[in-house]
Design a protein around this ligand. Structure first.
Ligand SMILES: Nc1ncnc2c1ncn2[C@@H]1O[C@H](COP(=O)(O)OP(=O)(O)OP(=O)(O)O)[C@@H](O)[C@H]1O
Length: 761
């Protein structure tokens, strides 16, 4: 916009007589001598005039000049009387005339430059200017009419001129262009703006940019420029109503004027001089008006320029703000686009997952429907089963009652069977020779049946002896076969009876093997433990809860040792009577009695006791047990609903092996062992013989086993024998003792029974 709007640099340029049209020039000094003094003074002022001088003149000075100008124009009036001094004037050259005309125009317009700040003043000025010109034209016309057409040669014919009403610039566009004297070229844009501002708006008002732009959009042509210029500035001077003669007259007049200007006008030819001056005056008036309009337009253009500059600055600011906002919006838009892209991707993934979930949901829904059907069926089934369950619960309660009583009956029957078998039973077991004993001579063993055996010497004497026991186990008998015959006694212990199982025999005959066994062939004690825990679990169904307590005791050289005591300190263990009323019940003071709740724990304790037991090498056994080991398992059963308690116990005794003093290397130890075994034999024989006095207290062993030997107990004795000929005497001795025990018939035992939580030991 800057480049398109011309900067009004002219605002500071003075509009003075120096810019004269055509051949006009400032008068020479010699020319001025022939002019009236007033004109000379005016010329001098004009020549020396400057924009400041002109601008500094007051309104009165301008009016004076106007009067002078009119005075000059009055020369053409018919009643004008030429001053006498004119005849003395020297001939004026055309150049001087031109200057005079210019000066007259300047005089007419000098007071119109500044007052054109408003439209009213401008119009007033125009009227004055037009008046001056009209007077001149009328005078010329009247002169022409009075002096005939040839009186003024070279002058344009203005006979048909009428004073036209002031026309606006817009109206001038439609006016027929008239030929005007050649003038300085005015930029079409300025002319257009001036015509618009003068015709449509007051000069004080700022022209709108739109108006300006619209005018700029249609640049005027040369012809329209002339029309506009004529219409705006000289509408009153140029005939608006074109006559037939006007163009011709104008053309002729212009040529004539040119000729007149070119040729020297004699001083006496006042008409020519007047015409010439009139022409010059007319041109100057037009020029003046043009300049005036230009000036006015330029002033308005300056304001317009300032406004446009301010508006441009504002627009630039707005543009910068808009650019910043646009950039910001672009960034936001880009972020939103990226966010939208991310969200679109996430949405796509979500939709994909949603589709999968929908499929799963459809499958699950179908399954759900199916399951609902099944649930309904199950609910119906459940209701039916609940009814059945109630029925079965009633039946179960009845059955539990029956079972409880049946169990009692079973116990009684079982005990009857055990009684029939005898309260003390003797099993004979012959061990096989070890691979290391292959060169040892065996006796002749003949197993007559499950209860009878025939022993024959192999030393040439051919002695034969028969023995009968409750059961005879040959060397190939397995540990399981042995325990199958022992387990009824364990059941009796669970039913509340005291049971004692011990192994008796010569050293190396297989007692420890039978009671403890080896890891891959467990003996009676570990199998008893397993059976007890299994039975306890089964008894829970009948409402019985069992507490299992265990002690491990060793009798070595008639001294008691707690095999679970690993402290290394020696404690005094004493066998004491538990109940004065029942003199058969005993207990051991200071012994560790541990309650076990699992088979593993009990096996653990058994290993500890086995490690603490005293062993040594003997003639018949590299690792001979040189003590009696008593493992006592107490079983306390409680039936809460029936408020019944039954207490049973199992004493599992691995006796020390008897040894001949001849082969013994530790005599004291052997004597103690043999003596305790002899006391055991005495007790058993006393029981067999039903003696009143049973010598239980003669040894620690019999004293400890007193509750399990006779009275309220069931006793099982293993008599272990070695198969070798060199053990024949000891074997016969053991078999005879066992045979004696087997023949013993003990009185009927009574079950330990406690009611309402009381217990009997
Ligand atoms: N029925 C059997 N089958 C296989 N080997 C056996 C049998 N009985 C005993 N033995 C083996 O014979 C050897 C001696 O047995 P064991 O130690 O049990 O005799 P013991 O009577 O306990 O001797 P001690 O009284 O000196 O302790 C052991 O090596 C044992 O493994």
């Amino acid at each position: 916009m800057d480049s398109k709007i011309p900067k009004p640099a002219f605002s500071k340029k003075p509009i003075g007589p120096l810019s004269l049209p055509g051949n006009a020039r400032l008068p020479l000094s010699r020319d001025l001598l022939n002019l009236p003094s007033a004109n000379v003074t005016m010329f001098a002022k004009v020549r020396a005039g400057s924009p400041d001088n002109r601008n500094n003149r007051g309104v009165m000075a301008n009016r004076t000049k106007l009067r002078r100008s009119r005075s000059a124009a009055d020369l053409t009036r018919p009643d004008f009387h030429r001053p006498k001094y004119v005849s003395n004037l020297a001939p004026i050259s055309s150049r001087a005339v031109t200057i005079n005309a210019t000066t007259v125009a300047m005089m007419a317009s000098s007071d119109l430059v500044k007052p054109l700040t408003d439209t009213k003043s401008a119009r007033t000025h125009l009227r004055r200017s037009r008046s001056a010109c009209d007077i001149a034209i009328k005078a010329n016309a009247s002169s022409t009419s009075s002096t005939s057409s040839s009186s003024v040669s070279g002058m344009p014919s203005l006979a048909g001129y009428k004073r036209q009403p002031p026309t606006t610039g817009l109206n001038c566009r439609n006016a027929v262009p008239a030929k005007v004297p050649k003038m300085a070229t005015i930029p079409p844009r300025i002319v257009t703006t001036v015509s618009t501002s003068l015709s449509t708006k007051p000069s004080s008002q700022k022209p709108a940019i739109s108006t300006f732009a619209s005018k700029k959009a249609v640049p005027p042509t040369k012809s329209t420029l002339g029309a506009k210029t004529t219409g705006s500035s000289g509408g009153a001077l140029v005939a608006k109503k074109p006559s037939v003669d006007a163009p011709k007259a104008n053309g002729v007049g212009t040529k004539t004027a040119a000729k007149t200007m070119n040729k020297r006008i004699p001083p006496y030819d006042y008409k020519a001089r007047f015409a010439n001056l009139t022409e010059k005056h007319k041109a100057l008036v037009e020029k003046h008006e043009k300049l005036l309009e230009e000036y006015s337009s330029r002033e308005s253009l300056q304001e317009l320029y300032d406004d446009c500059s301010r508006e441009l600055v504002n627009l630039k600011k707005q543009h910068a703000q808009l650019q910043a906002e646009t950039q910001k919006i672009r960034l936001e838009n880009e972020e939103l686009r990226q966010s939208n892209l991310t969200l679109s991707t996430a949405l796509q993934q979500t939709e994909t997952e949603l589709g999968k979930y929908r499929d799963k949901f459809a499958v699950a829904d179908r399954e759900n429907v199916e399951l609902r059907k099944q649930l309904k069926e199950l609910e119906e089934r459940s209701a039916f089963l609940e009814e059945e369950n109630l029925t079965l619960q009633d039946a179960n309660e009845r059955n539990a009652e029956l079972l409880f009583h049946a169990n009692i009956e079973r116990k009684e029957l079982h005990n009857m069977v055990m009684d029939l078998r005898g309260n003390i039973r003797v099993f004979c077991r012959v061990r096989p020779p070890l691979p290391s004993e292959a060169n040892r001579i065996e006796c002749g063993w003949k197993y007559l049946d499950e209860q009878s055996i025939e022993l024959c010497t192999m030393d040439g004497t051919n002695k034969r002896m028969d023995f009968s026991f409750d059961h005879v186990f040959h060397p190939r008998t397995t540990q399981q076969d042995i325990f199958d015959n022992v387990s009824p006694l364990i059941q009796s212990a669970l039913d509340g009876y005291n049971v004692c199982i011990f192994a008796y025999g010569q050293t190396g005959s297989g007692k420890t093997f039978t009671m403890d066994g080896v890891p891959d062939s467990l003996g009676v004690i570990p199998r008893t433990v397993d059976l007890i825990f299994n039975a306890v679990n089964d008894y829970k169904r009948f409402g019985w809860e069992y507490e299992i307590r265990v002690t491990f005791l060793e009798i070595y050289n008639e001294i008691l040792y707690d095999l679970l005591d690993t402290s290394g300190t020696t404690k005094d263990l004493e066998i004491r009577m538990a109940n004065a009323k029942n003199k058969t019940e005993v207990y051991v003071s200071n012994i560790i009695e541990e309650t076990v709740e699992s088979t593993g724990r009990l096996h653990q304790l058994m290993n500890v006791a086995k490690m603490n037991r005293a062993t040594a090498a003997t003639a018949g056994n590299e690792r001979s047990s040189r003590s009696h080991a008593v493992t006592k398992i107490t079983l306390i059963g409680t039936h809460k609903e029936k408020c019944e308690t039954c207490i049973g116990s199992v004493n599992l005794v691995d006796l020390a092996g008897s040894e001949s003093p001849k082969t013994s290397t530790r005599m004291d130890e052997t004597k103690n062992i043999n003596r305790s075994l002899s006391e055991l034999s005495n007790v058993i024989l006393a029981l067999v013989q039903r003696n009143e006095h049973i010598p239980y207290r003669n040894s620690k062993l019999t004293h400890l086993l007193m509750p399990s030997l006779g009275g309220n107990s069931k006793t099982l004795m293993f008599v272990n024998v070695a198969p070798f000929q060199d053990c024949f005497m000891e074997t016969v001795k053991s078999l005879r003792f066992a045979s004696q025990v087997n023949s013993c018939k003990m009185q009927k035992v009574k079950k330990n029974k406690a009611l309402n939580g009381s217990s009997v030991m």
